[in-house]
Design a protein around this ligand. Structure first.
Ligand code: PAD
Ligand code: ZN
Length: 366
């Protein structure tokens, strides 16, 4: 089958023929229909997120089950599924605590580049070929753990459902689970890409007002407003993102700020633009060696909450169908998120356009 392989950081993806084993007892073989192009894959391609290479990237996908292992329950061939890049085990400390986003087994899968039990189902002529986040969906087919497939209503177009595998669930959950934004709360969102637009639309759904969107690409204004932004700050025109937020929030600062890029300056700005006892939520993924700096006196004296959000602190098996239900009833917009679609052969163009900051979400259609 054809797949996009990353051999080494700072190289283009190679479209090559690879082999895929049959699924193990608790694994599922999925024929991919669509896969979103997320900045997290780009971080890996840039060498900013170290994972075992060579690997097949892609972690935001949907497809149709072809084959299931002997011990799989809950999905069968023909089912339409969204892949979850946190295939939470259900029995570790964090799963039992109701925090499957922090699942130990899912973290081990991420670090090892394999499936649970160190299983490797991908091979190519050159030697080992690693899995990525247990999903590896930049390929015509993939084998994933049964904990990483979420069955969905077959009436939902798979090229829309794919986005719920990462961008939508991450943005929605950051607002609904991590921050718990309520009606009338003021929200600022730095970065209006695939994930940031979903922070914006979830904030709108929660009743937030104002919703202040910020992006270094002025062309994002239209998309941000379409998804619910009440105000837009063009970050290319100012180094000071804090003052506009103070001005738009009666001189106080935002109740909630979301950083959805992963840069030092914008993470520090997010903390700076929330009011006393407000909350800054860092969604953007920064390189592991990067540090940020905050004024120490402000911690006790301003009592701001600084936190992060990983996969929207979601429970994928509950949240993915919940989000798709909101889409089906017209309350969440997935249709306008996809601004470009590409064939697998053109995946490097998709990443190029992602870095230009012009796309809502680019998607690979198989
Ligand atoms: P994207 O590339 O679609 O969007 C990033 C946006 O930020 C673009 O619109 C850029 O124009 C804008 N931008 C870049 N630099 C600046 C700047 N200095 N000031 C203002 N705007 C700027 O990315 P994405 O939405 O796919 O991902 C965004 C981040 O979220 C990225 O770091 C990704 O790795 C991370 C992510 N986190 C999780 C999680 O679970 N926490 C999940 C998925 C993605
Ligand atoms: Zn992602």
């Amino acid at each position: 089958m054809q797949a996009a392989v990353l051999v080494d950081a700072n190289e283009a993806l190679q479209i090559v023929d690879v082999n895929l084993d049959k699924p193990g007892p608790k694994e599922v073989l999925v024929k991919m229909a669509a896969a979103g192009v997320c900045h997290s894959d780009w971080h890996v391609m840039q060498g900013d997120l170290p994972v075992p290479l060579p690997a097949i990237l892609g972690h935001e996908g949907a497809g149709i089950v072809q084959e299931v292992g002997a011990e799989v329950v809950g999905v069968k061939p023909g089912d339409h599924v969204v892949l979850s890049w946190i295939p939470s085990c259900g029995h570790c400390f964090y799963c039992l605590k109701g925090r499957p986003d922090m699942c130990d087994e899912a973290f081990n899968i991420q670090l090892s580049g394999s499936l649970p039990g160190h299983a490797m189902r991908l091979h190519w002529a050159q030697g080992p070929l690693y899995h990525y986040l247990g999903t590896s969906c930049f390929a015509e087919n993939t084998v994933v753990p049964d904990t990483g497939v979420i069955p969905i209503d077959a009436a939902i177009p798979l090229n829309k459902a794919a986005l719920v595998g990462c961008a939508v669930t991450t943005g929605f959950g950051a607002v609904v689970h991590s921050a718990q934004v309520g009606p009338g709360d003021s929200v600022s969102v730095i970065g209006c890409g695939g994930v940031g637009l979903n922070v914006i639309q979830a904030a709108k759904l929660a009743g937030a007002d104002p919703i202040i969107a910020m992006d270094a690409n002025g062309k994002k204004r239209g998309l941000a407003e379409k998804f619910g932004a009440t105000d837009f700050v063009d970050a290319a025109e100012t180094d000071d993102l804090i003052t506009p937020v103070i001005d738009l929030t009666k001189g106080r600062g935002a109740d909630f700020a979301f950083e959805v890029i992963g840069r030092k300056e914008t993470i520090e700005a997010a903390y700076g633009m929330v009011r006393k006892a407000g909350m800054a939520v860092i969604v953007g993924v920064a390189p592991p060696h990067m540090d940020v700096s905050f004024n120490a006196f402000s911690f006790p004296s301003q009592s701001k909450i600084l936190t992060g959000s990983w996969y929207g602190q979601s429970i994928p098996r509950l949240d993915i169908p919940r989000i798709l239900g909101l889409y089906q009833r017209g309350k969440l917009n997935l249709d306008d998120l996809v601004t470009q679609s590409y064939s697998l052969e053109h995946i490097n163009d998709a990443f190029h356009e992602l870095t230009e900051g012009t796309v809502g979400r680019g998607i690979i259609e198989f």
